[in-house]
Design a protein. Sequence first.
Length: 202
Amino acid sequence: MRSSILRSLCCLLLCAAGCGTAHTGEDAGLDAGPRSPLLQVFFTAPVAVGGGVAGFDTACNTSDRRPYPDVEYAALVMSDARRACTSANCSAGADALDWPLVADAEYGELHALVFRTDANAIVTEAPARRLSPVGNEFNFWSGGTGDWTPAPANQCSNWTSRSASAEAIVGWTGEPIDAHFQGGHGLVPCDMLLPLLCVELP
C-alpha cells in the first residue's frame, strides 16, 4: 500500500514537471519567433542552368533554404523575359518586365535588413553588410549589369544553355552591396553550378 502511494506521488511530480509535453529538437525548431516584416531574400544551393527563368523560379520555390515556405519567391535574374530597366539605373523611367523586386520596399534575411528599393524597384540603399553566402560561394547567377540593365549576350541563351563555351554575368555578395551586386563582377561558363538569389513576392 505504501509503495503504491509512493509510486502515485512520483507520477504526479513527474507530470507537474512536464509529463507528456516533452519537445524534440524538431518541434522546438518550429518556433522561429515573430514573422519578419521584411520581404525575404535567400540563396539556393548551387543549381545548373537549363530551365530558363521559370526553372530558376521553381528552384527558388522548392529550395529547403526558404525562410518561409508558405510564400512565393522568384529568382533575381535578367533575361529576355525579365528585366529591371532598359536605361542605366532606370534613368528614362521604370520599364520593368516581370521584375520580382517591388518599389519602395525593404528586403532582409529574416529580421536583418539587407537592402531597400527605390521608386523604380532597383536597389539604391543598403546597409554596410553582406548577404550570407552559400558556404564559400559568393557569386550567383545574374545576367544583369551593374546599372540594372540586361546583358543579353551573357545570359546562357536565356538560361537554357549549359554550354561551356557560353558565359554568364554573375552577381556578387562578398562585399557590401554595390554596383557588383546585380552584375559586372565577371563572367563564368554556363556549365557551372551557382546559387540563385531569390526574393519574396508580395
